[in-house]
Design a protein around this ligand. Structure first.
Ligand code: NCD
Length: 362
């Protein structure tokens, strides 16, 4: 049985197959309308969502399946203090597949240790969001016709933007990809992700000017500054409007550059850009539904009933240290063991297995 917690849980070949299925669904949706007739999906959303939850639900309904779930943590037993582990132990006995979103990083990993059915991470804190990446990949495939040799500008909140982290991991597997990271210093990409890309020999350029960088891009991936992850509101207001894509900046871009955004947009793309044929963000949101349909079918039909054990890693160690990330699931589920693995850097550097936060032990 496969869980999708991270986009790297899907190989490049599996992504190609999902894209082929999604394209076939777009061509002939009726052919798929009863594929999941006897299956149920649970959408467990401990954090707000419009697109992701509704597109998962719409995907399952379009496959002839049924959906249960909640969209507000206040309406489930989390408010009574129930742990993620217990919620999943219960719900996975009611349904055939679970899509979950949680504000704590690593919550889906905890879920995977208890579940009886496949778990799909629909976003965990500022960590990962693999199914948004599936929507992004189908859009890139349809608009650019390739994944190789693309220069991708990622602009805005690269620190907390989970869609950025998953997209970078996915695109790092293709040859000739270059990243241009456009953000203020305070919102730069976590160093572990940056080091990881560099260790693969991928070219990275850092920029703090959208005007200066836009002309070299094949793809511009805009993001919202993630207000809900800031410790201080003042800091959010100071950083939120630093990068705004306007019609004037679009004049500096290549005629075939595409603009993506996972949405919701706050004001980082002027609405005047929406009518530019290079603006693909609404298409991208629609494509997400087809990729989720393809993914639901894959995980359901390939479920052999065996359970994954991601905690069974030989080089994993229990340290007396606690993870320092305030958004880590270990902060709210105190009975979880603090587990770390050494990073590629070695030299006393470890990362938390739940949220990938780095700690140094000297
Ligand atoms: C994104 C998310 O939730 O991370 N939205 C989405 O799922 N399409 C981006 C965001 O909230 O800014």
């Amino acid at each position: 049985m496969k869980n999708v917690l991270n986009i790297l849980d899907l190989s490049v070949e599996e992504i190609d197959q999902l894209i082929a299925t999604a394209e076939d669904i777009i061509k002939d949706p009726i052919k798929y309308s009863e594929k999941c007739k006897n299956y149920q999906l649970a959408t467990l959303f401990f954090e707000p969502s419009t697109r992701t939850r509704l597109s998962f639900e719409s995907a399952m309904l379009a496959l002839g399946g049924k959906v249960i779930g909640f969209s507000d943590p206040n309406s489930c037993s989390a408010t009574k203090g129930e742990s993620v582990a217990d919620t999943i132990s219960v719900v996975s006995g009611y349904v055939d597949i679970i899509a979950m979103r949680h504000p704590k990083e690593g919550a889906p990993l905890v879920a995977s240790s208890r579940t009886l059915v496949p778990i799909i991470n629909a976003g965990d804190g500022g960590h990962y969001h693999p199914t948004q990446t599936l929507a992004d990949l189908l859009t890139i495939h349809k608009e650019k016709g390739r994944f190789e040799n693309l220069t991708i500008g990622l602009c805005g909140d690269l620190k907390f933007g989970r869609t950025v982290h998953s997209l970078i991991e996915a695109m790092s597997r293709y040859t000739g990809v270059k990243f241009v990271l456009i953000s203020p210093e305070e919102l730069k990409l976590p160093t572990l992700i940056e080091k990881d890309i560099e260790s693969k020999g991928i070219s990275i350029e850092r920029s703090n000017s959208l005007e200066e960088s836009i002309g070299k891009l094949d793809i511009l991936y805009m993001t919202r500054v993630q207000k809900e992850r800031f410790e201080s509101e003042e800091e959010y207001y100071r950083l939120k409007d630093l990068f705004i894509l306007t019609e004037d900046k679009m004049k500096l871009a290549k005629p075939d550059m595409i603009v993506l955004h996972p949405l919701p947009r706050v004001n980082e793309i002027s609405t005047a850009v929406d009518s530019d044929k290079r603006a693909c963000y609404f298409k991208q949101a629609h494509y997400g539904r087809y990729m989720r349909m393809a993914l639901i079918m894959k995980l359901l039909f390939e479920n052999d009933g065996t359970r994954e054990d991601r905690f069974d890693v030989k080089d994993k160690i229990a340290l007396k240290y606690k993870c320092s990330n305030p958004h880590c699931i270990t902060t709210t589920e105190p009975e979880l063991q603090n587990l770390f693995v050494p990073t590629n850097e070695g030299d006393g550097e470890y990362k938390c297995i739940y949220c990938d936060t780095k700690i140094l032990i000297k």
